[in-house]
Design a protein around this ligand. Sequence first.
Ligand SMILES: Cc1cc2nc3c(=O)[nH]c(=O)nc-3n(C[C@H](O)[C@H](O)[C@H](O)COP(=O)(O)O)c2cc1C
Length: 368
Amino acid sequence: MTFTLSEQSALLKPIQVGGTAAGNRLFMAPLTRSRADADGTPSSLAAQYYAQRASAGLIISEATAVCEQANGAYLNTPGLYTDRQQDKWSEIASAVHRAGGKMFVQLWHVGRMAHPEISGFETVGPSPIAADLLTHTPTGKKPLPVPRALTTGEIAEIVGQFRAAARRAVDAGMDGVEIHSANGYLLHEFLSDVVNQRTDAYGGSPQNRARLAAEVVEAVVAEIGPDRVGLRISPGNSAGDMREIDDVSAYEALLCRIASLGIAYLHVLIEPSAPAFAAVRTQWEGTLVLNTPRTVETDFAMLENLADWGVISAAAVGRAFLANPDLIERLKLGAELNEPDVATFYAPGPDGYIDYPTLDEMVTPRSA
Ligand SMILES: Cc1cc2nc3c(=O)[nH]c(=O)nc-3n(C[C@H](O)[C@H](O)[C@H](O)COP(=O)(O)O)c2cc1C
């Protein structure tokens, strides 16, 4: 596949994202790569992997657990709750900055998407409603269990864990954090009118369902300042067996509650033709980053148009950055893009991780 970005393209123009000066408006979307150590420390190859992609306007890291219990959807995903993990994130931040890039860490709690054989803990969520999915455990594919509903005390602890992980991210030298409230994980589960059947202050009305995500945003903003905080949502996305019916009102309540905080950006994973996108776009006055759900190929022409028309502030792209460390350069030149190798998305080791060639390396291979 090839696509040539026009020299005048808004996507190639710099943008101030909160406190971060991004050199262009094509961001790297968060991508779980399952290469972390068993204790949640990012892989020793992660600094190289991210630094290779430093020409993205902003790199958003793979989803990263805010505490040990927050993990468990996939094997070998990283965390940011121990000193060892923080040290490795610090190496990653330095490598990306040395290469001229900017980087936020995406923070998550997987909620009902966890399997105890991966997490080592009881699975929790807003309500005892299981995701009707199979997950890869160390002993094969298994159904996800019925989660135990979190108590309000535990919810408060989780808010504190997001706050503490955000502090660690900044202390590690990261430019900021993205709060993961999308794709069927804990904060998205609370927003849903299907998965969240609570009758306390965290369930029922749109305001109540938005409460947890809002409290996390507020706590993280209080800790590291609004300039370093992004939020990712995916209204109506069925990932994680979400089956959202009323997919807008809780998001409207969330955006209304956090509007005055002035966070760095809102990152929306959605098809721009979806009515929920129009609702979010109308309501959100701040920086808006769009990532379109998985289709066969990224529609760069559409993203370029949306940015040129001022509908979006920036676009996030996942698999194209995964396979093309020099994506920006290739798009400027209209060069052929490397195809992502699905078989190595979540496989351990360097293959399909740090060995996608740049254009220069295709002329002069790395081994030469
Ligand atoms: C291998 C892989 C891992 C992903 N991991 C994450 C993740 O950690 N956090 C997240 O919010 N989205 C994750 N996603 C979703 C991507 O951020 C993105 O929304 C999706 O790939 C569609 O964008 P694209 O067509 O540009 O790749 C992942 C997608 C893929 C393919």
